[in-house]
Design a protein around this ligand. Structure first.
Ligand code: AMP
Length: 283
């Protein structure tokens, strides 16, 4: 694996590959890698001639400074995992490299309704920061294929919208890949590293609540099923930001379901200080 810290060096290296018609597959991450991340790398490797992973803990997408300060950093382990996964290129930029003009936002991305609900509502400014970093990364890497995890469902819709806004939707194919889970169903996440033993034991309640929704949902009013799922979380000691059911394509919230519309259940909840998110397609 080749490691680049400077955008212009990576750009030069990729340029010669692209001239030879090599397809470039790209997986952006914030590091503290786990098998969910490496599953994306493995797919990028299978479907492209060059696989690129970026590792950058993006300060502009943290609306909570404590969450930023405590975000796990495990670079040596990450490099070892990427080597094992067979990743070709790691881009490991500094904040200065990513934001040479400082980190003040220059543009406001018009993300519309998508930014007003769920993560957008509970983490104000978060998706503006995501768009800032992803636009910069896409301009540097110029991938043919971008690989994202369904784990961050709303983020993948936001990035799809960003690709349209910055006119790269015809150049970059966005591939959304399934969520990898631990044996008890907990979605793999870098933040899981911060869970203490008792918190870790309770954490799979998020998955169980999603399964409960999937198993009990019926056409008609959804208030009760959401309340029961929320009660499961609260009994396990979670404080919920939301337990919602939404249209799978545009995330409009659903209270009455016709039994046909494609829908997804989404949860964000705190166990003590640690905020976890997960989701599940329901039909
Ligand atoms: P992150 O480093 O958390 O920003 O995630 C980088 C990419 O990995 C994003 O596209 C995530 O959606 C994806 N990802 C995170 N967790 C998982 C998981 N458990 N399974 C599959 N993909 C994931």
């Amino acid at each position: 694996m080749i490691l680049f810290k400077k955008a212009k060096d990576l750009d030069k290296w990729l340029e010669t590959r692209k001239k030879n018609n090599h397809l470039v597959g790209f997986v952006p991450t914030m590091g503290a890698l786990h098998a969910g991340h490496t599953s994306l790398i493995e797919t990028a490797k299978q479907e492209n001639s060059v696989s690129v992973c970026s590792l950058f803990v993006n300060p502009t997408q943290f609306n909570n400074s404590k969450d930023f300060q405590k975000y796990p950093i495990t670079i040596e382990n990450d490099i070892a995992m990427l080597e094992i996964a067979g990743c070709d290129v790691l881009f490991l930029p500094s904040v200065q490299e990513m934001y040479p003009d400082h980190i003040s936002p220059k543009i406001h991305y018009n993300l519309g309704y998508l930014e007003t609900v769920l993560e957008g509502k509970f983490r104000p400014g978060h998706f503006q920061g995501v768009c800032m970093v992803v636009q910069r990364l896409l301009e540097i890497v110029k991938p043919d294929n971008l690989y994202l995890g369904q784990k961050d469902y709303q983020q993948s819709l936001i990035i799809t919208k960003l690709a349209e806004l910055i006119n790269v939707d015809d150049k970059i194919k966005i591939n959304i890949r399934p969520t990898l889970r631990e044996n008890d169903g907990l979605a793999m996440s870098s933040r899981n590293m911060r869970l203490k033993e008792d918190e870790r034991k309770k954490a799979s309640t998020i998955y169980q609540s999603l399964l409960f929704i999937k198993d009990t949902i019926k056409k008609g009013n959804l208030t009760q099923v959401k309340q029961k799922a929320q009660a499961l979380l609260e009994q396990a000691g979670f404080k919920t930001d939301y337990v919602e059911i939404a249209d799978a394509q545009n995330l409009s919230l659903i209270t009455d379901w016709d039994g046909e519309q494609k829908i997804v259940a989404l949860i964000a909840a705190y166990i003590n200080e640690i905020r976890l998110i997960d989701n599940m397609a329901l039909n």
